[in-house]
Each structure stands twice: as C-alpha cells, then as structure tokens.
Ligand binder design. Structure first.
Ligand code: NDP
Length: 320
C-alpha cells in the first residue's frame, strides 16, 4: 500500500541532494531513514511500487520483535513514514541513469536530472521467470508471482508452486491458507530453503513436496488448467490438473543500468566492500542487488543503514 500523502512530486524537487537513494524496498527505505536522521538532504527514488518485492509478502519471518512475522504491506509503509518524518523526500519514480558530472553524480529519473554527492543503489531484484511461452500468455490467468494477491482466488482448489528455495516454501505456506492442496515442484533432489520452512512444509497437511520434477509446459487456452511435468530421473512426462501456478524460482538483480560503469559479479549483482562502497567513489549498494547480500529482510535493512553511514562520511570528507 503506497501512502500517497508522503510522496513528493518529481517536477517540484530541488536540483541538488546530498544523498540520493535508489530503491523503495526495505534496504532503500532504511538507507533513506538513516541518511535523513544524519541530517543529510536525502531523496529516495522509490520506484513505481514502494516496498519492492517485500510489499506482497504476507508474512516476513525472522524479523526481531515480530515473533509471528510481519506483513510486507505493513512494514514497508511504516518504514516509509519513518523516513519521511525524519526528513527524506520520497518520489515514486526509478533511477534511469547515473553519470559523473563536476565531481558529483548526475542522477536521471524520468525527465529530471538531479545532482547528488553520494548515491545508494538499493534497486533490489525482480522475480525470475521460467521462460515458457505459456507463462507470459497466461500471466494473470492462473500464472502468478504473488501468492498473497492471488491466493484468495484459488480457494479450495489445487495449485502448484515451482521452486525449492525460501520463496517457494514461504509462498506455499501462504497459499495453503486458501487452496485445498499446494504441490511444490522442485527440479532438484533437495530443497535449498531454510530448515524452518522445510520443516513447516513437510508437516503441513495441505502441502505436498515433489522432487526431480521439471515443469515442461503450462497448460490451458484462456486460463491455466494444469501443467506438464517431466521426471528428471526417469524422463517420464505427466499432466497435473491445477487452478493456478505460482513461479518462485529465484531473483534477478535490478542492476542492468550499471553495465559498463561497474563490473558486476557473475550473478549480475554489484560488488562492494564491507561498508557497502562500490568501485565508484560516492556510489554504494545495499540489499539484494548487492553481491553477497544474505537475502533476508533484516540483512537488507542493516545494509541500508551501513551504506547511509558510509555515504554520510564520504559527503563529509570525500575519502573513499
Ligand atoms: P533461490 O535462488 O534461493 O532459489 C531458487 C529455487 O528455484 C531453487 O530451488 C532453484 O533450484 C529453483 N530454480 C531456479 N531456476 C529454476 C528453473 N528455471 N526451473 C525450476 N526451478 C528453478 O530463490 P528464492 O526466491 O527462493 O530466494 C531468494 C533469496 O531470498 C534467498 O536469499 C532467500 O534466502 C531469500 N528469502 C528469504 C526469506 C526469509 O528469510 N524469510 C523468504 C524468502 C526468500 P536449483 O537449486 O535446482 O537451482
């Protein structure tokens, strides 16, 4: 949920900020909050969807102080309100380009150029796709990447979740609140999800785990009616009747706009030192776009805070 009252207009923004944060997920919101609390003139480019991927998560687990988890649609607006109250300006637009100019960074967002002494990249990631033609054709017609949005639409019906990591099992658990049966299809022999999720899924009466299962096609003309799978060991194919398919097969970092400026790691993420500083003076990275980020909400928030402190020091002394 985007709190419109806290969003500034791009056209009326100042031309110069000390710290610009790109990204409205938990890393960016925390960086904006900490930067503003340090007294820096701070702009947060929150992108089109404030909260990033976390926004649609029904229950973020492992956050200290929230023993029963916290919904992303509550945590993100709270963090945004905190950042704005601390003095950060937030605009609902994305960073398009970054260029060095007169000893500062020129940040291009839409048709505006803004000068920044330091830039924190917290642009997050996008959910990966399987790459099947039917996945695109049936998106929103039974193919989904948002369990909390589309779970209520599959009440008492059978659905599949594709993937074997934390996201797949976390979202399978959300779907089990609605669907009659949730079949998790993993292409490998062992799940990479954390132990707490593996335990929960294996004990849940509505969740079934299938291994060595490759999804070859998603079936249906106007709506998903099922999928065709192949057993990775035997090669045998089978059809499975389903009301919907939820794809959670990993994350694609949003860093392509940096190609040619920073050497990204082999997974496309931005390398930094322990203080979140990239190879470019005054440019820092935090959250899942960063190489080596642990992929936890609290980890991303921590990285946002570290980046803001390092950016503040750079703005003060110019040392890198
Ligand atoms: P991961 O990269 O961790 O897992 C991706 C899963 O999808 C793997 O099982 C992988 O299988 C499978 N996969 C990848 N490509 C394909 C494909 N083309 N077809 C079928 N299966 C495929 O991604 P997640 O989204 O699960 O997690 C991303 C990050 O977010 C992680 O760091 C995770 O820990 C974190 N996270 C943390 C949570 C928490 O702490 N509460 C909750 C959710 C996510 P294979 O192993 O065979 O490659």
């Amino acid at each position: 949920m985007q709190n419109e009252a806290w969003i500034s207009s791009l056209s009326t923004l100042a031309e110069d900020f000390e710290i610009v944060v790109a990204g409205g997920g938990i890393a960016g919101l925390t960086a904006g909050l900490v930067s503003a609390r340090l007294g820096r003139k701070t702009l947060l480019l929150a992108g089109d969807v404030l909260g990033g991927l976390l926004l649609s998560i029904e229950r973020i687990d492992g956050v200290p102080g929230f023993p029963d988890g916290v919904p992303g649609y509550e945590l993100c607006p709270m963090a945004q309100e905190q950042a704005v109250t601390a003095g950060a300006e937030v605009v609902a637009t994305s960073l398009d380009r970054l260029a060095r100019q007169d000893g500062k960074w020129r940040v291009t967002a839409g048709d505006r150029d803004i000068a920044a002494s330091a830039v924190i990249l917290a642009t997050g990631s996008t959910l990966k796709k399987l790459g099947l033609p039917a996945e695109t054709r049936l998106l929103g017609k039974g193919v989904s990447q948002c369990a909390s949005c589309d779970g209520p639409l599959v009440r008492n019906r059978a659905v599949a979740v594709i993937g074997g990591g934390d996201s797949a099992l976390q979202e399978a658990s959300t779907l089990a609140n609605f669907a009659s049966r949730v079949i998790v299809l993993h292409r490998g022999k062992t799940l990479s999800a954390q132990a707490a999720y593996r335990r929960h899924a294996s004990q849940h009466p509505k969740i079934e785990l299938r291994f060595d299962t490759v999804v070859e096609d998603i079936l249906g003309e106007d709506r998903v009616t099922g999928i065709r799978t192949r057993d990775a060991a035997s090669g045998l194919t089978a059809a499975l009747e389903l009301a919907a398919v939820f794809v959670y097969i990993g994350l694609e970092p949003n860093a392509t706009f940096l190609r040619g400026q920073i050497d990204l790691d082999p997974t496309g993420r931005v390398p930094t030192d322990a203080r979140m500083r990239t190879a470019l003076p005054g440019v820092l990275a935090a959250g899942v776009v960063r190489s080596g980020s642990p992929g936890r909400a609290v980890g991303s928030a921590g990285e946002g805070a570290i980046a803001a402190v390092a950016a503040d020091e750079y703005v003060s002394d110019g040392a890198w």
